[in-house]
Design a protein around this ligand. Structure first.
Ligand SMILES: Nc1nc2c(c(=O)[nH]1)N[C@H]1C(S)=C(S)[C@@H](COP(=O)(O)OP(=O)(O)OC[C@H]3O[C@@H](n4cnc5c(=O)[nH]c(N)nc54)[C@H](O)[C@@H]3O)O[C@H]1N2
Ligand SMILES: Nc1nc2c(c(=O)[nH]1)N[C@H]1C(S)=C(S)[C@@H](COP(=O)(O)OP(=O)(O)OC[C@H]3O[C@@H](n4cnc5c(=O)[nH]c(N)nc54)[C@H](O)[C@@H]3O)O[C@H]1N2
Ligand SMILES: [Mo]
Length: 818
């Protein structure tokens, strides 16, 4: 999230799109309801009538997978009707920047599309700015970029955007999405009303936006919209991802993604990083705050390899395993597994036998493993895959180990919420039986591996020399404080814990495991440790910032890009909700939040105790100082690999042809071979309905925990599908009947629920039925049921590889009918 949950009280209009906070983020919903009580409006954009939609002022039903049409339509409406926030757009976005005149958009694709060995990629050369100098050498310097401040030049970003979205008129959008034109106009007007200095519009999104072959472009479309309305960096605004598992934010911060190192530093790739200097040259921007990335990387290497990491040996850069640039995401791994390329797997706190796409094929792929280790609270479907209903255990050779793990209440550690706020939690109860904390398991596993390497091995150095100093004399549990200090960062010589990432160096004198968390553990006189903070007292701002409650990365900043909350001269757009303000008389910044820009230069003489920082005047500050060009990108010259502007494509499995261009699907979508290649054709007669998957309040994820909880298992005991009354009539079923749902990949049997949750939509004159299914069931636990993922396709977004869980083709019939 750019903002945070409590900040929702500052919002005037919410647009919740592809998120159902009432069921999946009840704490977020609490703040939305508080804002509504003060007069805020709520728009919910969802194919289903969800519990959130039930609380909405306007519910926009749209066909799954058509959000870009809906949002680009709104962007077009805003530009056509002059509803954008002009000063913001001009000064804080790249609207006036001129783009290479060779840039083109034709037949649904952008210039630079190339194909090699059957794989499509974009060469982004023509997407770049017109500028002086060599950006490869000097970076994307804002001063060097050619501009047209009148926004009239046909090659300026504003005109390119305007032309691009002009095709998304109300009629076209309605034909694609199935949303009536009147509803579109109503919500466009309502949300566009926030494009004023004293109004805040808040976009809340989650999996209905991301789980598509163009999930990243869906997010980009939302960012473009919010930039146009001046809603980024202000109280009550932002683009706010409602994240998943209680600590999924924390786990991505720590690189539980194959293409990142901790703190969102790019991964090291074999093909381009043979030495440290290659990384510094190619992946450390020349401009923006990211120009400090080298310090973050080198400090991380010092944290991992300690004294062994020296300037002379590239700080042991060679010891980090390099990515081979193959698909190492969930789907890539399971596809390799099916081909017998993977020997063993540790399923550590995950249940892919239920949660992965095409899970029927996924479970079959697991049979190719020599061994499987499941680290979990329960014997999940994954741990039990070898005796699953459809398998013959005598034919499965995989050796399965089960390591019982402690649950969150049974161990210590931090959790980071969607708003980037992290807090330390203490242990409430001891884990049962032989269950151990994940840290204990990781510690013993590492030590066992190290022991093996002591007698030789192919590449023992990184293992034998890894800093692993977490033993606490006389205690079983590893020293979690020591782990926290390593993450926070310390001075290598004095061992002093660092107050923040500004102190990190690239000369080997500092160590820091994850730069964005730097400072979180540094001692805070009042609170003990910063992360232990639980003080609600000090919110002088009245804006819900509560700086003493939890630590918000980075630097305890609550609202990122907050320079944009004030005009170029430093006067808050909305004086009632000021985050930062230039005091012209005193000649300094007055800040309620930690500034997201350089508000002052450090004292000239650091040794002089009386020396003071020098304030940086407003005209010398940069609104988006994490971006190389310092501006919000309406047009993305980099960052996404599948297009500089969002464009509507159909889901890979779609009931209709793309009416907007010849390009049916996202050209770069990730696809797989063999067992994972099965896809229905466009407008398939055999699979005429649109399937989509969602969560329910009673169950968590694959249901491993909640389906083992007797009360929850009882109140939500059956797998079901929501269908409309018209579809129910057509196939002759009523609520509670058994139905068979089938896709090209497999079929499931479950109960049917007939209500107004799903209704048919009129798409380009054709009636399209939507079937909604929860994906939380499986064959283990107290409440058992069919897994919706036996139906879902293995295709993904080219930037993130997230699977297209939210839109696919299926058929449905009454069980027992042929
Ligand atoms: N009770 C409960 N809470 C949870 C979880 C849980 O399993 N149970 N899981 C947690 C996790 S890991 C996550 S990631 C979050 C996810 O939180 P959400 O994203 O809110 O969860 P979903 O229900 O999967 O999807 C949200 C909505 O997207 C809608 N949708 C489907 N397709 C589309 C589309 O194409 N466009 C639009 N606009 N909407 C669409 C669905 O109908 C659904 O109502 O929830 C977290 N919280
Ligand atoms: N069709 C469809 N599929 C989806 C989605 C969808 O919307 N639609 N959503 C996707 C999303 S957003 C997500 S996040 C994934 C989730 O997919 P998974 O992560 O595979 O599913 P979970 O059920 O969350 O698995 C977590 C496991 O961790 C165990 N566990 C809980 N606490 C601990 C602990 O402290 N330590 C250890 N070691 N184990 C613990 C639980 O018992 C459970 O088995 O599913 C994805 N799958
Ligand atoms: Mo998630």
């Amino acid at each position: 999230m750019t903002n945070h949950f409590i900040d929702f009280i500052n919002t005037d209009v919410f647009m919740m799109i592809g998120s159902n906070s009432a069921e999946n983020h009840p704490q977020a919903m609490k703040w939305i309801v508080k804002a509504k009580d003060k007069g805020a409006k709520l728009i919910v954009v969802d194919p289903r009538l969800t519990k959130s939609a039930g609380l909405a002022d306007v519910h926009v039903r749209l066909r799954p997978g058509t959000d870009i049409a809906f949002i680009n339509g709104m962007v077009n409406y805003i530009i056509e009707n002059n509803l954008y926030f002009k000063d913001y757009v001009l000064h804080y976005t790249n609207a006036s920047f001129l783009v290479n005149p060779e840039y083109k958009f034709e037949d649904g694709v952008f210039s630079g599309l190339t194909e090699k060995d059957g794989k499509k990629t974009y060469d982004t050369k023509t997407w770049q700015y017109q500028m002086d100098g060599d950006p490869a050498k000097d970076g994307i310097r804002e001063e060097a970029i050619k501009k047209d401040l009148t926004l009239q030049d046909p090659n300026c970003v504003f005109q390119i955007l305007k032309k691009h979205v002009s095709r998304y008129d109300l009629k076209t959008v309605s034909s694609i999405t199935g949303t009536p034109k009147e509803t579109l106009k109503k919500v466009y007007d309502l949300f566009a009303s926030t494009g004023k200095p004293d109004k805040a519009g808040n976009v809340i999104y989650a999996m209905g936006i991301t789980q598509h072959t163009y999930g990243s472009q869906n997010c980009r479309a939302l960012a473009v919209l919010q930039l146009l309305l001046g809603n980024i960096g202000i109280a009550g605004g932002g683009v706010n991802a409602q994240r998943g598992e209680s600590n999924v934010q924390g786990s991505t911060d720590f690189a539980m993604l194959n293409h990142y190192l901790p703190g969102y530093n790019p991964m090291i790739y074999a093909y381009k990083h043979s030495k440290l200097q290659d990384y510094l040259d190619k992946d450390v921007p020349k401009t923006s705050y990211w120009s400090n990335r080298g310090k973050f990387l080198i400090s991380m290497l010092k944290a991992w390899y300690g004294d062994k990491a020296t300037k002379e040996n590239d700080f042991c850069f060679d010891w980090i395993p390099k990515h081979d640039n193959k698909n190492r995401s969930h789907m890539g791994i399971f596809s390799d597994m099916a081909e017998g390329k993977i020997k063993g797997m540790i399923a550590w706190g995950q249940n892919p036998a239920v949660g992965g796409p095409s899970s029927f094929q996924g479970r079959k792929a697991m049979e190719k493993l020599e061994w499987l280790v499941a680290v979990d609270l329960f014997e999940t479907e994954t741990a039990a895959f070898w005796h699953r209903p459809e398998a013959d255990p005598s034919k499965i050779k995989t050796e399965v180990f089960f390591l019982p793990a402690a649950m969150s209440y049974e161990k210590e550690g931090t959790v980071t919420n969607s708003g980037r706020w992290l807090q330390f939690r203490y242990k409430a109860v001891d884990p049962p039986g032989e269950a151990k904390s994940d840290l204990w398991i990781a510690d013993r596993l590492f030590k066992a591996v190290k022991k093996e390497y002591q007698s030789g091995g192919k590449f023992p150095d990184p293992i034998l020399n890894m800093v692993w100093n977490y033993d606490k004399p006389g205690e079983e549990e590893p020293n979690i404080d020591q782990v926290a200090i390593e993450i926070n960062g310390y001075n290598v010589t004095t061992k002093e814990v660092l107050p923040g990432f500004a102190q990190l160096k690239d000369d080997g004198s500092t160590a820091c495991g994850c730069w964005i968390h730097s400072g979180y553990w540094a001692m805070d006189k009042e609170a003990g440790t910063v992360a232990a903070k639980r003080k609600l007292l000090k919110d002088k701002s009245g804006l819900g910032l509560f700086p003493q409650f939890a630590f918000a990365w980075p630097a305890n900043r609550r609202i990122v890009y907050n320079r944009c909350s004030a005009d170029p001269a430093g006067n808050p757009w909305n004086p009632k909700k000021a985050l930062v303000k230039w005091d012209a008389v005193a000649g300094k910044w007055v800040t309620a939040d930690v500034p997201d820009f350089k508000a002052a230069d450090p004292p000239k003489d650091p040794k002089d105790p009386n020396a003071k920082p020098t304030p940086v005047p407003p005209d010398k500050t940069v609104p988006f100082f994490m971006q190389e060009e310092g501006r919000g990108r309406l047009f993305a010259v980099k960052g996404v690999n599948d297009g500089p502007l969002p464009e509507h494509y159909e889901p890979i499995e779609s009931p209709v042809k793309n009416i907007l261009s010849k390009q049916q699907n996202m050209p770069l979508a990730t696809r797989f071979k063999g067992d994972f290649s099965k896809l229905a054709e466009t407008a398939s007669e055999k699979y005429p309905y649109v399937g989509t998957t969602h969560r329910v309040i009673e169950h968590y994820q694959s249901g491993a925990v909640t389906r083992n909880c007797p009360t929850l298992a009882e109140i939500s005991a059956h797998m079901f599908a929501n269908i409309s009354p018209t579809l129910a009539q057509k196939i002759g079923v009523k609520t509670g009947d058994d139905v068979v749902i089938e896709t090209v990949r497999g079929q499931i049997t479950c109960k049917v629920s007939v209500s107004g949750v799903c209704v048919p939509l009129i798409v380009d004159g054709k009636e399209v039925e939507v079937i909604g299914m929860p994906w939380c069931f499986g064959y283990q636990g107290i409440a058992k049921g069919a897994s919706a993922n036996d139906l879902t396709p293995s295709v993904g977004d080219p930037n993130t590889n997230i699977p297209e869980y939210k839109a696919f083709l299926c058929n449905i019939k009454k069980a027992g009918k042929h």
